[in-house]
Design a binder for this molecule. Structure first.
Ligand SMILES: [Zn+2]
Ligand SMILES: [Zn+2]
Length: 765
């Protein structure tokens, strides 16, 4: 070629550089883009960086143009590009298209990929006897498999995951390098030759079976009613036959989880259908890549043991998350209880080292694999209501959750005390981290600190200013005060509302927030929990709340809802009526004596406690096994065909009070005339929703946001939605950010960032 020809060709060549951020790692984006570039014979390279993905393509101008035009159509399903920067760069005569090693360093701008449940294609491979991965329980591909739980550090590359210790065999390597293969650049690629292995150990921790035999041994143990501990994706799980009442009872005893419902895993949608009434929306969620536990309406005539979800009409069900779960279910002719391996209230166990003796003795058989778990993560729990997915527990497959916040103000939010989770902004992105647990024991508090350190390392930040709840007794508040970084607090219910505003994208407006939950520290040092807050992202005014009542005896009233019932009745109709309630075998006189002592019987406006008290009146519940149980039982019995309601009056004032006294006397009348509990429960839900809507309408057309654990109640939320549709007032329902305390950190982070922005703006003005 002469000089002129070369010059002409170079003139027509162009090179562009694209920087992509969003969900771009761990979703098979690099291989998909490489495949597309190679198809067009374009030269260039693509790499994961802490910013996201960086890509250079070089070739004839018209071909590069086509590459860009049809780019989106060639992206994998899981990818979501939030920002794309394009730059024309000098042609550098590259040959071929390569996926190159990642760069590291600095605050992470790209999203950390969540774990993805096993895909259909992988399942069909492990089901085929002629396939090299037949029955291989650690099978995955670019579309599925562990991500977050195995990542040591970002960017997402095999060398930075716990798969790094498994060297690819020549077949897997060939798949990894072949653009036409589903496992082209699959970082978790493995096969029986080169990948992690499974085996079984007995209760004495002696190896008793390997590979396929291990699964068979586990299935046999389950059939015999034994408890199997299985090393799952993000930690150990305890499994039993869900149709055996004895096995379930044994599990409850060993785990010390007495009343709380247990989740079920089934092999397929059709098996799920036998246990619950599936709606289309729920069907989609069950089979989604996150594959969470979904709380659904249970069938009364299923073969499940009665002690799975005592007293409830909802059941948590999930499909197999890994090929190991799937294979095990193929060997079982019954659904499995799948619950985290820990004693109730303690953090999820995920490492063999330091495993407590108590935990070691919990299982009869251990199903193990040798892929290290880097980051413990529980199963996610969601509930579908009003046609949307509401997160109850943000964990596997859903966390870390990207938050739409201004990302240039680094900050960490510490969450609350129950359902603790962090939210963080590292200056490049904001996220809500996975559920850690309740901070009531030392091991949970240790796990909390360990997770904070690990999250900071993952997101490339060191010392960050902190924001926490204003409750002086929370572990998080006290711990934060001991750190030598700037600290601010956010009122509990304001954080709930701002989390809801963030969910809706309403941080820029003033809303009326309805925060209904169990307990939160109020500005007047009483326990709040039935609050109407006129809120912006930085501040709030308490415009209304439930009429306060006393919790006789304090803390024990949470576990003994009859105490609340006595208090409500004494206030509504008098102590005489309260002493004749017959809610409890022993006399209530001592309780009535301490009721007016502010010291012994703290005042509260908590909606959660109002539910407890009403549940005690309607259902005669004396004792609760877990927080929220009384409210769940009350929701479960509701008879939706009843159109009646109870009255809550609005007492004008600043703030307005929602006076529940008429409601309580109506319940007493209904009790006396033998109205069925299902009807009373429904009337209570309807009365509450009507009053909420009525109060909100006084602020119309202002948007309303719901926050707090009470709004996990599907019956209440759907009634509210009906009321609001009539009023035509915008209502922001919970969604991806949990409405319970698991979402608190997201709200705290949004408040802290908004306050900082406001200060910055003031300084400029
Ligand atoms: Zn797959
Ligand atoms: Zn291999």
């Amino acid at each position: 070629m002469n000089r002129q020809a070369i010059a002409n060709q170079q003139k027509s060549l162009v090179a562009i550089q694209l920087t992509l951020s969003g969900r771009v790692q761990g979703v098979g984006l690099r291989p998909a883009v490489a495949r597309w570039a190679q198809k067009l014979n374009l030269a260039g390279q693509i790499s994961n960086t802490t910013q996201g993905v960086e890509l250079i393509v070089e070739g004839p101008a018209d071909v590069v143009k086509r590459f860009e035009r049809e780019f989106d159509a060639h992206l994998p399903n899981g990818a979501c590009i939030e920002k794309s920067e394009r730059e024309l760069i000098n042609v550098s005569a590259l040959t071929g298209f390569e996926i190159i090693e990642s760069e590291t360093g600095g605050p992470l701008a790209t999203q950390v990929p969540p774990d993805i449940a096993v895909c259909e294609e992988c399942l069909s491979e492990i089901a085929k006897p002629e396939d090299p991965r037949f029955h291989y329980p650690i099978t995955s591909c670019t579309n599925c498999g562990p991500r977050y739980s195995i990542i040591k550090s970002m960017p997402y590359e095999r060398t930075q995951t716990s798969m790094s210790e498994f060297v690819l065999c020549s077949c897997c390597q060939a798949e990894y390098q072949s653009p036409d293969d589903r496992r082209f650049h699959a970082q978790t690629n493995a096969c029986p030759e080169c990948g992690p292995q499974i085996w079984c150990e007995d209760a004495m921790r002696r190896q008793v079976a390997h590979q396929g035999d291990a699964i068979k041994a586990a299935a046999t143990a389950l059939k015999q009613g034994q408890i199997v501990a299985m090393r799952g994706l993000g930690g150990y799980q305890l499994l039993v036959d869900a149709t055996s009442e004895l096995a379930v009872e044994k599990l409850r005893q060993r785990k010390q989880r007495y009343g709380k419902p247990l989740a079920i895993m089934v092999s397929s949608l059709s098996e799920a259908e036998k246990l619950v009434h599936l709606e289309d929306f729920e069907r989609r969620e069950l089979t989604s890549p996150a594959a969470p536990i979904i709380l659904m309406h249970s069938r009364s005539n299923s073969r499940l043991a009665d002690n799975i979800n005592p007293g409830l009409n909802t059941l948590g069900v999930m499909l197999p998350t890994t090929p190991l779960h799937w294979l095990l279910l193929q060997h079982c002719s019954f659904p499995l209880v799948v619950t985290s391996a820990n004693r109730e209230g303690e953090p999820l166990a995920y490492q063999r080292k330091n495993m407590s003796k108590q935990l070691q003795s919990m299982a009869d058989l251990w199903l193990e694999h040798d892929r290290p778990i880097e980051r413990p993560i529980d199963d996610s729990v969601v509930r579908c209501m009003a046609g949307r997915r509401v997160t109850v527990r943000l964990a596997r497959g859903l966390a870390p959750l990207p938050l739409e916040l201004e990302n240039n103000i680094p900050q960490i939010a510490l969450g609350g005390h129950q359902k603790a989770a962090f939210a963080l902004c590292n200056g490049r992105q904001s996220i809500l981290g996975p559920h850690i647990g309740d901070l009531d024991c030392l091991t949970s508090c240790e796990r909390y600190q360990e997770q904070l350190a690990s999250l900071k390392q993952l997101y490339g930040v060191s010392n960050l200013s902190m924001v926490c709840d204003s409750h002086p007794d929370y572990f998080t508040t006290q711990w934060a005060a001991r750190q030598s970084v700037p600290l601010e607090t956010v009122q509990h219910h304001h954080a709930h509302i701002v989390a809801g505003m963030l969910e809706q994208g309403w941080l820029d407006r003033q809303v009326l927030g309805v925060a209904f939950d169990g307990t939160g520290w109020g500005d007047d040092k009483t326990i709040w929990g039935g609050e109407f807050l006129l809120s912006t992202a930085t501040n709030y005014t308490r415009v209304a709340h439930l009429r306060p009542f006393s919790l006789p005896g304090g803390e024990p009233a949470i576990r003994e809802p009859w105490r609340v019932a006595v208090s409500l009745v004494a206030q509504a109709v008098g102590k005489d009526a309260a002493s004749h309630l017959n809610l409890k075998t022993e006399s209530v006189e001592p309780l009535l004596k301490i009721m007016n002592s502010k010291h012994l019987s703290p005042q509260t406006t908590s909606a959660g406690r109002l539910f407890d008290g009403v549940a005690a009146l309607v259902l005669g519940i004396e004792h609760c096994e877990y927080e929220g149980q009384a409210a769940m039982l009350l929701e479960a019995v509701c008879d939706p065909s009843d159109a009646g309601t109870y009255d809550i009056s609005l007492q004008e004032g600043k703030p307005i009070q929602l006076d529940w006294r008429p409601l309580v006397s109506q319940i007493l009348t209904d009790r006396d005339t033998g109205v069925p509990p299902a009807v009373m429960a429904m009337r209570f839900h309807r009365g509450l929703s009507r009053t909420i809507a009525l109060l909100c309408s006084q602020f119309a057309p202002m948007s309303v946001v719901l926050g707090g654990g009470v709004f996990q109640n599907r019956c209440l939320v759907e009634l509210l939605l009906e009321e609001f549709e009539q009023n035509k007032q915008p209502l922001g329902l919970p969604g991806m950010i949990p409405p319970n305390d698991g979402g608190l950190a997201a709200g705290q982070l949004a408040v802290a960032i908004s306050r900082r922005k406001l200060k910055g703006a003031d300084r400029c003005a």
